[in-house]
Design a protein around this ligand. Structure first.
Ligand code: XMP
Length: 507
């Protein structure tokens, strides 16, 4: 295992991703909360930071715990920090250096630089630079403008690099990280989805023994993969609850329920449509709709959890990005962690002990584990779908009739995307029901019906998104299919807004 100490750089998660891609397990911890260094820890990486080592309140790390004992790689701020604390001098760069640079000099026989070509392109992003290094440091790479682009403390396994090997613009960054992880730290590349599944199933067995566990399935990837892992660990002691809130896609409840049952999961489907429609009646404010749905979900889930006697654990599909404590350095270290369990006034199921088998995985790793466990492609490759479902894609108030119309439109849209090979090319797609009527003509008759908007976006994480450039022919076919088949819709429009300034959902 590799320990990554975070000084608040925007790239810290990316370092972890790259290490994991090399099949080496790693954990990110805030610089001021170093966990106990156990015998599994093979090396430490210090991240970059928006702070400067010259600031009086610069983040400080007690590195005596591992300095000289374990291989250490400082990246950017991390490199400057080691240099400064070993007798070197860090000063503001004359020119601020952001973007591409080339390593003009490389100490080719240095283990960290093994197999790196001269003029290797690297990505720089720093306002400070290491001006002087102490005698026991050796420069192992330089660019035209940055003399100390990489160094080693002679005779030790401590290294520093000014550039960012974790970004793809550093073309040989992966090789450099591999040199550090494999040759210097001696990590074995055995962190694979299969190995993760095996270890995690064994750990869950040890932790849960014969206890009963309850889990809310949503049809999404995370809760499904969590369910499969737990199922392999505790079998029928895992009680899954899948709630039909009446706001899912057409046929989704039945088809997903069948998939789960085919996988052998002990899953109870709960038809709570009416409870949700009742709670939503007359509500048109998006946040009020969200709140009502959240509240009813908790009520339904609590009722169901009570039906299971002696349940001890609540399982959740929480993933790594949700639990990494973020370090905000320029404003003082503030650790925020998404909390799933508060105290007081909670429904009974929330007082259960929590088990979160995916909390060390990134989203794409969850998918790989799901694949290793045999989760069908239609669940693995499913587009993200919001918890409040179609309720936030029907602008204004919700009625079962509007839901039925939108389900049809969405079904035609998604089916056409799949048939045309576009479903896997877009990150998320869906139809939106607008509370606007417009005039149309069908046969010889005037119509006055509603509008459906289509949305499809490309994105990496949903934080930013661009509208997908679907072919006109495909849009034309979808529009025709929707208008010709759905009574109540006589106009289809396509949403060409990016996020920001728009959002992916309309509410
Ligand atoms: P926005 O609309 O904020 O959506 O650009 C970003 C991503 O989040 C999803 N989303 C939600 N997911 N509950 C959820 O579980 C919600 O209330 C919610 N609102 C938006 C949205 O589908 C997109 O993937």
């Amino acid at each position: 295992k590799i320990l990554i100490l975070d000084f608040g750089s925007q790239y810290t998660q990316l370092i972890a991703r790259r290490v994991r891609e090399l099949n080496v397990y790693c954990e990110i911890h805030p610089f001021n909360k170093i966990p106990e260094i156990d015998s599994f820890t093979k090396g430490v990486i210090l991240s970059g930071s928006p702070a400067s080592v010259r600031q009086a309140d610069a983040p400080q790390v007690d590195f005596n715990q591992f300095h000289g004992k374990l291989p250490l790689l400082g990246v950017c701020y991390g490199a400057q920090y080691i240099a400064q604390h070993s007798g070197g001098n860090v000063a503001p760069s004359e020119i601020r250096e952001y973007g591409r640079a080339n390593l003009e000099y490389i100490h080719v026989s240095n283990p960290l630089m093994n197999e790196l070509p001269v003029r290797s392109q690297v990505w720089m992003s720093h306002g400070d630079t290491i001006k002087e290094i102490p005698d026991h440091f050796e420069i192992i790479a330089s660019t035209d403008t940055v003399k100390v682009a990489a160094y080693q403390i002679k005779g030790t396994q401590t290294y520093g690099i000014q550039f960012h090997p974790e970004v793809t613009h550093s073309t040989d960054g992966k090789q450099l990280l591999q040199n550090f992880l494999i040759d210097i730290c001696g990590c074995s590349q055995d962190w694979t989805p299969f190995a993760f599944a095996d270890t995690s199933i064994q750990e869950l067995k040890d932790q849960l023994k014969d206890d009963k566990v309850v889990l809310g399935l949503s049809g999404g990837v995370d809760s499904s993969v969590a369910a499969l892992l737990l199922h392999q660990a505790v079998g029928k002691n895992l009680h899954c609850i899948f709630v039909d809130n009446g706001l899912l896609r057409k046929n989704e409840f039945e088809s997903v329920l069948h998939s789960y049952q085919d996988l052998g999961l002990n899953v109870k489907g709960v038809d709570a449509k009416q409870r949700f429609y009742d709670a939503l009646q007359g509500l048109s404010d998006p946040e009020l709709k969200r709140k009502a749905i959240g509240r009813v979900f908790i009520e339904v889930f609590d009722d169901e959890a009570h039906q299971i006697s002696d349940v001890k654990w609540l399982a959740q599909g929480t993933i790594y990005p949700d639990v990494i404590e973020s370090v905000s350095v320029n404003g003082g270290p503030s650790a925020t962690i998404k909390s799933h369990h508060n105290v007081g006034g909670l429904p009974d199921f929330m007082k259960l002990k929590i088990v979160e088998p995916l909390k060390s995985l990134f989203k794409d790793e969850v998918r790989r584990v799901g694949k290793a466990l045999g989760l069908p492609d239609d669940i693995l490759g499913r587009h993200p779908f919001p918890g409040p479902g179609l309720a936030i894609r029907i602008l204004g108030d919700i009625t079962p009739e509007k839901v039925a119309i939108l389900q049809e439109a969405d079904y035609i849209y998604i089916k056409n995307l799949k048939d045309a090979g576009w479903y896997d090319k877009v990150w998320q797609a869906g139809a939106i029901y607008l509370p606007i009527q417009s005039v149309g003509v069908m046969g010889d008759e005037r119509t006055y019906e509603n509008v459906v908007a289509l949305r499809a976006v490309s994105s990496v994480d949903g934080m930013t998104a661009d509208w997908s450039h679907l072919p006109y022919d495909l849009l034309a076919k979808i529009s025709n299919d929707i208008i010709n088949n759905i009574k109540g819709i006589n106009r289809v429009v396509y949403d060409i807004s990016s996020k920001p300034p728009a959002t992916i959902e309309w509410e």
